[in-house]
Design a protein around this ligand. Structure first.
Ligand code: UTP
Ligand code: MN
Length: 568
């Protein structure tokens, strides 16, 4: 019987899955794109449709479709398997995991809050005042947590989720042997990940004296504020379609814009955009527009991104709303037409900053000019694209009348992309052998016959080869996307996927040559080792004057030499 895993690997096409997250283009037999796991400008992320694996030549990350999704979405093997199985209608043959329990708990909590909201007039009125209709409440599964401990106790009893799993969410807590809920008195907004699983909640107080205005559910293995993109579950497809994303900073800003029809948006959880968030968004688009309050703090946080954006080849634009409106209040006042007007006036972050500094300092006096240059220049230096940088320097020069060459610095050392160096531990040749054997697993027989494995020093290569022999004996086939599942260490999986791409251009007979040459090489080397040992023992025997031993050793040496010659 085939396992769930095998059935899935057989059914799912890795190119379909990867291209939901990475823009791929065809390149020979393979597909090529920008790696979602590290920042790069030239694509080194390769997907083989034939072998159903991926490999990044920049950051050395590789595997099958399950490994890809695990890494991308930071999920366990079991969760990824379950998600995919669900999506592809494959029956799961084994039980769940701890983490899926915690997803279950989150879902049950969301239902609980959602029903509470419907039962609570006060909370419904708050929503109505803010233009949150019952359709919106349902679409976003918004809820409310009231202050009834009895309700919480009843929920805990009836939820079907073990008490410790519920308490592990950090949302329900025990104090003086009584349970309470951190969201009491708050509207509760579920935060979904890209697979539509609830990973956390935001809670907004609806009480006059409520403080702080917002709290989030605690950070956990499935939830962290700095990496979360609120709303991405709903808007991913619009972002890809429009090839642009607008970033806002609040739940209600997201909800207001989304329901007004601007759908290619995400929201941070009130923090400024982090590098991880940028990396995630870059899987969908390279046009990012920040929609910020026009205060100095907002601009400063946008400016901090200039270097990163430019590194990642992202076009970073800014839209600033007038009169210290936030997107929510602005669209309520000016409607979608007003919003579109502002959006159409968006500018690159750097241009925005130029204007901002010009308004702040001007270039009338020498001192102001100096302030202006000092404010702008460090950010120009952060731009990595030579062309863009030169254009801004030119602009700075024109605005201040200072010649361009005063602003030019020595070209900076660029570090190479990806973590280099530490990866290549096994020799190229042994990696190539593994690649060749993946393609010609029939030759594993010769490998075993000649006991090649005994002569291999590298522990990783040895482990892979032993696993290959066992796998091939059991399955009678050697599909790499299946095989890598039996490897227990990530480094081995990476090594194997790398090896397979390494020999991708080889013809069958060339693969055979690689293997035969290698087998010969190993034998030669082992013969040499043996001869060396015999010589050492001969030396000792001669010193002792042990004639019998000397004769025996000489005979042994002859045999080894004869074997060596016939195998040349
Ligand atoms: P804002 O203070 O701008 O609130 O915080 P808002 O989104 O306009 O909220 P409303 O309209 O008054 O309801 C923006 C975001 O910052 C986070 C929340 O994610 C919020 O949506 N925040 C804000 C907190 O985490 N804690 C706070 O105390 C305040
Ligand atoms: Mn607001």
């Amino acid at each position: 019987m085939r396992s769930t895993l095998e059935e899935l690997l057989n059914k799912v096409n890795i190119v379909d899955i990867v291209s939901q997250h990475v823009k791929l283009r065809k390149s020979g037999k393979d597909f090529l794109g920008l790696c979602p796991f590290h920042n790069e400008k030239t694509p080194s992320f390769t997907v083989s449709i034939e072998k159903q694996i991926y490999y990044c030549f920049g950051c050395h990350e590789g595997g099958n479709v399950i490994n890809f999704l695990m890494k991308l979405e930071n999920m366990t093997f079991q969760e990824t398997l379950e998600n995919l199985a669900h999506e592809y209608g494959v029956e799961i043959k084994k039980g769940g995991t701890k983490r899926s329990n915690s997803f279950d708990a989150m879902l049950k909590l969301a239902d609980f809050y959602h029903h509470n909201l419907k039962d609570t007039k006060l909370a419904r009125e708050y929503c109505a005042r803010r233009g949150i209709t019952s359709d919106i409440i349902d679409e976003f599964k918004i809820g409310y947590s009231d202050r009834s401990r009895l309700k919480i106790q009843t929920f805990m009893k009836n939820s079907g989720i073990p008490r410790d799993v519920l308490l592990n969410t950090g949302i329900l807590r025990v104090k003086d042997s009584d349970v309470y809920d951190i969201f009491m008195g708050r509207l509760v907004i579920p935060i979904f990940d890209v697979n539509k699983k609830i990973i956390g909640f935001g809670g907004r107080t609806i009480e006059k004296e409520g403080f702080p205005k917002y709290i989030n559910s605690p950070e956990s293995p499935i939830f962290s504020k700095g990496t979360t993109l609120f709303g991405i579950d709903k808007t991913r497809k619009y972002i890809t379609e429009k090839n642009e994303v607008f970033i806002v900073e609040g739940y209600f800003d997201f909800i207001a814009l989304y329901t007004a029809g601007l759908k290619n948006i995400v929201s941070t959880l009130g923090t400024s955009v982090t590098e991880t968030q940028l990396t995630r968004l870059r899987n969908y688009t390279d046009n990012i527009t920040l929609m910020l309050d026009g205060d100095e703090a907002g601009i400063k946080s946008a400016l901090k991104l200039i270097g990163r954006l430019s590194d990642m080849d992202i076009n970073g634009n800014m839209v600033v709303l007038p009169d210290s409106h936030d997107p929510d209040s602005f669209i309520k006042k000016e409607g979608i037409e007003g919003l579109n007007r502002v959006i159409n006036a968006k500018k690159p972050i750097m241009d925005y900053y130029f204007d901002y500094c010009m308004a702040k300092w001007g270039v009338e006096t020498l001192e102001n000019k100096n302030h202006f240059i000092k404010s702008v220049l460090p950010f120009i230096e952060d731009i990595r694209s030579g062309v863009k940088k030169r254009l801004y320097i030119k602009r700075l020069s024109e605005l201040t009348g200072v010649e361009e060459h005063h602003f030019r610095e020595e070209p900076r050392e660029r570090t190479t992309e990806g973590p280099s160096g530490h990866f290549i531990s096994s020799s190229m040749i042994e990696r190539r052998v593994i690649g060749a054997l993946m393609g010609k697993p029939g030759m594993l027989g010769i490998l075993k016959e000649r006991e090649v494995i005994n002569y291999i020093k590298d522990a990783e290569i040895k482990e892979i080869l032993l696993n290959m022999c066992e796998f091939f004996d059991k399955k009678g086939s050697m599909e790499v996307n299946n095989f890598i599942n039996v490897l227990e260490k990530d480094s081995l999986r990476v090594l194997v996927t790398n090896a397979v791409f390494d020999v991708a251009g080889y013809e069958d007979n060339e693969l055979e040559m690689v293997l035969l040459d290698y087998f010969k090489h190993v034998e030669k080397k082992s013969t040499k080792d043996e001869l060396k040992k015999i010589t050492e023992r001969l030396f000792e025997a001669e010193k002792r004057g042990d004639d019998k031993e000397i004769v025996e050793l000489l005979n042994e040496k002859k045999k080894v030499l004869a074997f060596f010659k016939t195998n040349q």
